[in-house]
Design a protein around this ligand. Sequence first.
Ligand SMILES: [Zn+2]
Length: 117
Amino acid sequence: MQPPEKNLKIVENSLFARIARWKLKSSNVAMVLGKTIHLSGVSKEKFLRDTPWVAHELCHVRQFKEHGYLKFLWLYLVESLHVGYYNNKFEVEARMAGVKEEHLAKNKLTTPPPTAV
Ligand SMILES: [Zn+2]
């Protein structure tokens, strides 16, 4: 399967993701560094099938692009220290992207509603 964005790399069994996984006490983790999605505890195939999760991580890819590599890492760290992981504004934004994608995926399964007049 092709990654959903150009120049995007996906690394399985990543050491970075393993550290994040241990820190977050999570059984599977995907984390973004620049244009690379690092995975631990989940295969690339399984990850790509979970479109809301992919949308979440792609949002982080965009954030890296928007702010620049080091600046984003710094902003993310400062934000995490101030408000924690869950309320981190970059996580909130990425979570919204995931929720939106989940909603779209659900709607695809049902028949489109009749055109409103
Ligand atoms: Zn995230």
